[in-house]
Design a protein. Structure first.
Length: 374
């Protein structure tokens, strides 16, 4: 029998339905014909469920929390940022890594990271990675990658965050490196007059850390996944065949009329087929899909009445020259001007994983509950 559980880990039983919507996808894994999140005209059979969901969502909206504060940060108390641009890809420096050494102020388990920047000069269609490295203290250089994650950069100047592929323990007083692998020609994510850290810059796929200096990065580390007042991570992700946790998140605000709203998936297998499920039953019990042949511990977190597909890319964000490049996928979910403010939906990504030995080689991310904002 199917293994179901609610948000508190208690066993439950239920059913779900899927209405399939299959748009095409471009080479970066973007769904190019996505469903519009209008929501004001439910089908008759869904009316009761949506009415219940609206009531729950309004209750959530009335008590929504702001983004969880970082557990480690530098230069993040304002929006002051350098007027300079990072190394341009037009002069052969793409990609380039900016590494900043910091000593952990407390012992924490870190799951996400962010920088404050924009990609206006690059046209807003670029990608980046954030990585945490341990430190080669005798040589004052980054040593080994501990964790990493990816996201798409936009033209808006704001915090852009990533979920890491594995939780990282930062020990108080120990040196680490906050590394940004960026595409070039974006706003330099440093604060004029801010707290200065040792900085190293490397170009190309193999870091050579040829530039020695200092900088004042606008950086954040979180002891949880990327969240906001309108987007809350829920449920567990299951590791892929390389042991990486593929997760779903958004850096955008789901405002009414936001035709550019994105949800993203990071640390998924490159080249994989990906499916985004969207549901509206916030009480849907998480189901361990091991009983049907997925790897044990891969859960279905949403009732998934809408789905759309894409392809996981690597490209500049994943560093295709790396033996295990990061796979990244994004789904554009245009929010209709007529969308119901306060309505909450839950989204989750499934992706194929050729390295899995399970009968059904799929992996599942966590889910996020997104509430439509004014």
């Amino acid at each position: 029998m199917a293994a179901y559980r609610n948000r508190y880990g208690e066993p439950e039983f239920g059913t779900s339905k899927v209405v399939k919507v299959e748009p095409t996808a471009d080479t970066h894994g973007v769904a190019t014909n996505p469903p519009s999140l209008a929501f004001p005209h439910p089908q008759k059979e869904d009316f009761a469920m949506l009415a219940k969901t609206c009531a729950l969502a309004l209750a959530v909206c009335s008590s929504a929390l702001a983004q969880t504060p970082p557990c480690e940060s530098r230069n993040d108390s304002n929006t002051n940022i350098s007027g300079a641009l990072t190394a341009s890809p037009f002069v052969g420096l793409n990609p380039s890594r900016y590494a900043y050494q910091f000593a952990a102020s407390a012992t924490n388990v870190v799951e996400a990271a962010a920088i404050f920047t924009d990609a206006l000069a690059a046209g807003g269609n670029r990608y980046m990675r954030i990585e945490i490295w341990d430190s080669d203290d005798p040589n004052q250089l980054p040593n080994n990658i501990l964790a990493r994650g990816s996201c798409k950069l936009g033209v808006d100047r704001k915090w852009y965050g990533v979920n890491l592929d594995t939780p990282v323990i930062l020990n108080a007083g120990t040196n680490y490196w906050f590394v940004v692998n960026q595409p070039g020609f974006i706003q330099l994510f440093e604060e004029p007059g801010g707290t200065v850290l040792p900085r190293r810059i490397a170009t190309g796929s193999t870091p050579n850390w040829g530039s020695v200096g200092s900088g004042s990065p606008k950086m954040r580390l979180f002891c949880g996944r990327i969240d906001s007042a309108d987007s809350v991570p829920t449920g567990d992700a299951c590791p892929n065949s390389l042991g990486q946790l593929g997760t779903i998140f958004t850096n955008d605000v789901p405002n009414v009329g936001n035709s550019d709203f994105l949800v993203e998936g990071t640390n998924l297998p490159g080249g994989a087929s990906a499916t985004l499920l969207i549901g509206f039953d916030l009480g849907f019990p998480s189901i361990d899909l091991g009983f049907i042949g997925l790897p044990n511990g891969c859960f279905l977190h949403t009732d998934g009445i809408i789905s759309t597909t894409g392809t996981v890319g690597v490209g500049e964000v994943g560093d295709s020259g790396h033996p295990n490049p990061i796979g990244h996928v994004e789904f554009n979910l245009p929010i209709s001007p007529n969308a119901a403010v306060g309505l909450t939906f839950e989204a989750q990504i499934f992706a194929t994983d050729a390295g899995q030995v399970a009968p059904i080689p799929l992996i599942a991310t966590n889910s996020i509950q997104v509430t439509i904002a004014p």
